[in-house]
Design a protein around this ligand. Structure first.
Ligand SMILES: [Zn+2]
Ligand SMILES: [Zn+2]
Length: 451
């Protein structure tokens, strides 16, 4: 617990109560008026502002995260089923109960025959109540938003020694024991500022996570990638194959007249089946070729297969304390991923070399999670590279990767040529083993504190 600062009277040396941060204060004991040191005022004001800025950032990030959580939760099947149950139960069940109750009352004579329209009103009212309850429930779907909290500092009063709690960002407070003005010490200020920054960072990481899960859920539900061949083939095969089958049966049993067109129908049906089988086998062999490449990397770097998008998102949640472009969360036919351990650093290899849609860039990435000093919002400007790091960057670039840096660590993105090569050359992906130690060395050479 650090001692607080205070404002003392220049005349009688008492410390007295001060409201807010005025430029001039009057001693409550002797009435002496004096100016407050402008440098002190400036320091306290900027402390207060900075803390409030960080808290505002944290709140905004939590709001975004909550919106993403809601999307993900609403898309999740479990919630969807409940949505229908609630909708049917409330909007259909309530009016039905009302009508049944009304009919019972009518039969037992409590409701007179000429007042039968009461039942209509009752049912309409019940529908309205059902709709209101349903929407009230629907808008509460999603987990509760985490509150932004920054603990303040506990300081001792310089006048009487009593401990006092200063709220985060609060520049002046009256001692709860003697009433003297209490100003946060430098220690207390930097302590609170650190906490506020940490809170903003936690909130930002939560937003990244929520965003990744939401986008992954959206891309997963899209038709594309491996599902596409079944989707197109199936929609062709169902009418064509079905028609061919029934005409053949009809002709065999004599209920349809024979036509040589049936052979053409069979030929078309078999062609569709053959094409589908060919595409599926072709995709399968390519997938297993890429998987062999990942297996080779895993064998060398104590890795394990993650198997694509879902595993990727889980790895990012666990190891990647930084932003990740959500456009890199698509799932094409050959999406696959593996987690490696390169000289103690968690590494992710993520490939989606043939994207599900034209507008998506093909990708092949290596992420090395590490904490880079000076990384953060103004990363690009603060990070000065040593000659060694610059040399390594060049070397990595020559092997076909462009390296990006962020709070999360290093992200090496294979260039277009390299992405093409891993789908055509059996040994290309296994060859990435040589890039791994370069990346680990780069991370280490970046981990120096610029003085
Ligand atoms: Zn005084
Ligand atoms: Zn006191």
């Amino acid at each position: 617990m650090s001692a607080a600062r205070t404002i003392r009277c220049e005349n009688c040396n008492a410390s007295f109560e001060v409201q807010g941060l005025p430029e001039e204060v009057t001693c409550t004991y002797c009435g002496h008026a004096q100016r407050v040191d402008p440098a002190l005022l400036e320091e306290l004001r900027s402390y207060s502002e900075n803390v409030h800025d960080q808290v505002a950032v944290a709140k905004r990030e939590r709001d975004h995260a909550a919106a993403w959580h809601k999307t993900t939760d609403q898309m999740a099947g479990k919630r969807m089923i409940w949505t229908y149950v609630m909708a049917f139960g409330l909007m259909g069940g309530l009016p039905m109960l009302c009508v049944m109750g009304g009919l019972l009352l009518l039969r037992s004579g409590i409701l007179p025959q000429d007042k039968v329209y009461y039942i209509n009103f009752g049912a309409m009212g019940a529908t309205a109540v059902g709709v209101i309850i349903y929407f009230a429930w629907y808008f509460t779907i999603g987990r509760r938003k985490k509150q932004t909290q920054v603990a303040g500092a506990t300081v001792t009063c310089p006048s009487c020694g009593a401990p006092n709690a200063l709220q985060a960002g609060q520049a002046v407070e009256a001692c709860r024991h003697c009433g003297a003005a209490i100003l946060p010490s430098h220690d207390a200020q930097s302590q609170v500022m650190d906490r506020a920054r940490a809170e903003a960072r936690r909130a930002r990481l939560e937003r990244y996570r929520a965003e990744r899960r939401g986008m992954a859920a959206i891309y997963r539900s899209a038709i594309g990638g491996t599902k596409l061949v079944y989707f197109i083939g199936g929609s062709l095969l169902l009418p064509l194959g079905g028609g061919t089958f029934f005409f053949t049966i009809g002709m065999l049993t004599g209920s349809e007249e024979y036509s040589p067109a049936i052979f053409l129908m069979w030929a078309m049906t078999l062609a569709v089946i053959g094409t589908m089988a060919g595409v599926i086998l072709w995709q399968r062999s390519r997938r297993s070729m890429l998987r062999r490449g990942l297996d080779a990397l895993c064998a060398q770097y104590r890795g394990r297969i993650l198997g694509g998008l879902q595993g990727t998102v889980a790895w990012l949640d666990e190891h990647w304390a930084g932003p990740y472009d959500v456009h890199d969360l698509t799932k094409g036919s050959y999406n696959d991923s593996a987690a490696l351990d390169v000289q103690g650093c968690p590494v992710l290899v993520e490939i989606d070399p043939v994207p599900a849609a034209k507008q998506i860039r093909p990708r092949a990435l290596v992420l090395l999670a590490c904490e880079l000093p000076g990384s953060g919002d103004a990363m690009e400007t603060t990070l000065q590279l040593s000659p060694e790091a610059r040399g390594l960057l060049e070397q990595i670039k020559r092997t076909g990767f462009n390296v990006e840096t962020s709070e999360g660590g290093l992200l090496a993105r294979a260039d277009g040529l390299m992405v093409k090569r891993i789908v055509s050359d059996e040994h290309a992906l296994a060859g990435w083993a040589d890039v791994m130690p370069l990346l680990a060395r780069l991370a280490r050479s970046m981990c120096y504190e610029p003085d």
